[in-house]
Design a protein around this ligand. Structure first.
Ligand code: FMN
Length: 370
């Protein structure tokens, strides 16, 4: 199988991507307990640098928006220095990397923020549970799980502070050597919480109408594009996902509203999570990809349960310009080579997806070493 479309180059904000394989953001929790990226992370990303673009794992812009053990941040100088090592490793390997800017909002457990109540657009808890920090005598293995809590409804001041945190995160991403940033507006985190009607019951200028629910995203974009040119900014969305208590009264209309904002700002790309098969999340009954495509003239990256052939067909049919791969990148550092040569893919060991060091992280061999 030739996969000519998937392996054709693509211009992204003046960067020439050698192929249309994007490494999807993957939280792997190998940073320090102070959320500082380490050399091992540089090695991991460099192993995968032959894809068109790497989108980094979700990276917290503010300690109050960080609710996961050993994920990286980008709010202080130590973290910027740590990321400088990672971006240099990727660039030395010939790759390109954007930082995924993240704030978890209502999904932060109080355990991560000195017992404080997390913030969200409305006082509505996320549905489900997540990993809490381990006890002081922790020596590895699975982390304890705790349910999400009811957040405090954000005041105007809270909103302004989080938007500023995104602005600082963008400045720091440039200092850290990233080629651009992706705004994480998917998967039930703070921006998604404002966007979707299930999690946003506000009756001020940030809730109610679509124009109001997208206001927070627009203001984050304004803050980010003060330093990073729009041609180096992407936005990731999952408007049809209802995981963690998410859900929208009209996902298609929401997707169109975001696509119009992306078009108005002239951003580099929209990254749409909309699986073609259930697995990571449910396959939507009414996909929104065509509605996004009709309104947004920039690069459209599609994600969700693709293999090489399906990705190639999607691009050949002009439904999207590139496809991102998440789970396949865990165990296949040489995913590009494997897909290009129709080699079988290795299966990941999910026991090490979110915990550990080298094992299950940097020790997956390329196919030619098998
Ligand atoms: C271990 C793991 C970590 C993930 N971390 C992130 C993340 O940090 N940011 C994000 O937007 N999505 C994250 N995702 C979702 C993936 O980017 C992707 O949307 C999902 O795996 C579906 O794509 P796939 O079918 O190619 O795996 C994660 C998924 C997995 C399995």
């Amino acid at each position: 199988m030739s996969l000519d479309s998937l392996f054709s180059p693509l211009d992204l904000g003046g960067l020439t991507l050698p192929n249309r394989v994007i490494m999807a953001p993957l939280t792997r929790a190998r940073a320090s307990v102070d959320n500082v990226p380490c050399a091992l992370m540089g090695q991991y990303y460099a192993q995968r640098a032959d894809c068109g673009l790497i989108v980094s794992e979700a990276t917290a812009v503010d300690p109050f928006g960080m609710g996961w053990y050993r994920v990286p941040g980008i709010w202080n100088d130590d973290q910027v220095r740590g990321w400088q090592g990672v971006t240099a490793a990727v660039h030395d390997a010939g790759g390109r990397i954007f930082a995924q800017l993240w704030h978890m909002g209502r999904l932060v457990l109080p355990d991560y923020i000195a017992g404080a109540q997390p913030i969200g657009p409305s006082a509505i808890a996320g549905v489900g549970e997540t990993m809490a920090p381990p006890s002081p005598d922790y020596s590895g293995g699975f982390l304890p799980m705790k349910p999400y809590v009811v957040p405090r409804e954000m005041t105007a001041e809270d909103i302004a502070q989080v938007i500023e945190a995104y602005g600082r995160g963008a400045v720091n991403a440039l200092r850290a050597g990233f080629d651009g940033v992706e705004i994480h507006a998917a998967n039930g985190y703070i921006i998604d919480q404002f966007l979707q009607s299930n999690s946003n019951h506000r009756n001020d200028a940030y809730g109610g109408s679509l124009a109001n629910r997208t206001r927070f995203l627009r203001e984050v974009l304004e803050a980010v594009t003060r330093s990073v040119p729009a041609s180096r900014v992407g936005i990731r969305i999952s408007p049809t996902s209802d995981r963690k208590g998410m859900g929208d009264e009209n996902p298609g209309a929401l997707a169109e509203a975001v696509a119009q904002i992306a078009q108005d700002f002239g951003i580099a790309y929209l990254h749409l999570i909309e699986p073609i098969a259930s697995g990571f999340m449910e396959k939507p009954e009414n996909p929104v990809i065509d509605r996004v495509r009709a309104l947004f003239g920039g690069v459209l990256v599609q994600n969700g349960s693709f293999d090489g052939a399906a990705a190639d067909a999607c691009i050949a049919a002009s439904k999207a310009d590139a496809v991102s791969f998440g789970r396949p990148y865990i165990a296949n550092p040489d995913l590009v080579t494997r897909m290009r040569n129709s080699l079988p893919l290795a299966q990941p060991n999910f026991d090490y997806a979110y915990v550990g060091e080298e094992k299950g992280y940097t020790d997956y061999p390329p196919a030619h070493a098998n």
